[in-house]
Design a protein around this ligand. Structure first.
Ligand SMILES: Cc1cc2nc3c(=O)[nH]c(=O)nc-3n(C[C@H](O)[C@H](O)[C@H](O)COP(=O)(O)O)c2cc1C
Length: 174
């Protein structure tokens, strides 16, 4: 099979990571793949903020858990070695869509490099909460940005899960 199609089909969401850090060159390659994603009208108003400090990642997870009234002892965003926070100008009506395209490019790039990844969704919708925005400020995420999704990245701690059956409807009009 064409290696790109093979990479698309064999990527899985990975939710357990080893302690091994992600090679900085690989991280660069992954984020660059995000930068090559399409964006509506070519606006590219996104920002990809990269965290590799485990304490910072844990602090962000803990704040999200508290805000969402989840158990902070259990919600750790899968304790990844790296986290990409994809944000976009809140005035860009296509910000979420653009970030989604970029995140998928990053997931596929990570998989092609032997790394695991998963979308982390919980920051979406709570960015402007008083307990959350100061943390985003600390990370250098612009105040006019909303976070649309995050990519947790790391070395998979085990074999990939079985692929969920694909149930989407494909309807050819002939
Ligand atoms: C918009 C979006 C939000 C998601 N949010 C989460 C999430 O917060 N936590 C999580 O573990 N997986 C999340 N996922 C991953 C999905 O659960 C996963 O893609 C789906 O179960 C199919 O599995 P696969 O990625 O291995 O094909 C999200 C995926 C998408 C597209």
């Amino acid at each position: 099979m064409n290696p790109i199609l093979q990479n698309i089909k064999s990527r899985r969401s990975i939710r357990a990571f080893t302690d091994e850090p992600v090679d900085p060159d690989d991280l660069d390659r992954i984020v660059e793949a995000g930068l090559w994603a399409p964006s509506a009208r070519g606006m590219q108003t996104w920002q990809f903020t990269i965290l590799t400090d485990r304490q910072r990642i844990a602090a962000l997870a803990s704040a999200i858990a508290t805000q969402l009234q989840r158990d902070p002892a259990r919600y750790d965003m899968y304790a990844p070695a790296a986290l990409v926070v994809a944000s976009n100008d809140r005035e860009n009506p296509h910000g979420m869509l653009d970030c989604s395209c970029a995140l998928q490019n990053m997931f596929l790039a990570a998989h092609s490099l032997g790394l695991g990844s998963v979308w982390i969704n919980q920051l979406r919708g709570i960015c402007d909460e008083p307990a959350i925005r100061p943390l985003l400020d600390d990370l250098g995420i612009p105040p006019n940005h909303l976070v649309w999704g995050m990519a947790a990245l790391g070395h998979p701690a085990g074999p990939p899960p079985e692929a969920p059956a694909r149930r989407g409807v494909v309807h050819f009009v002939r």
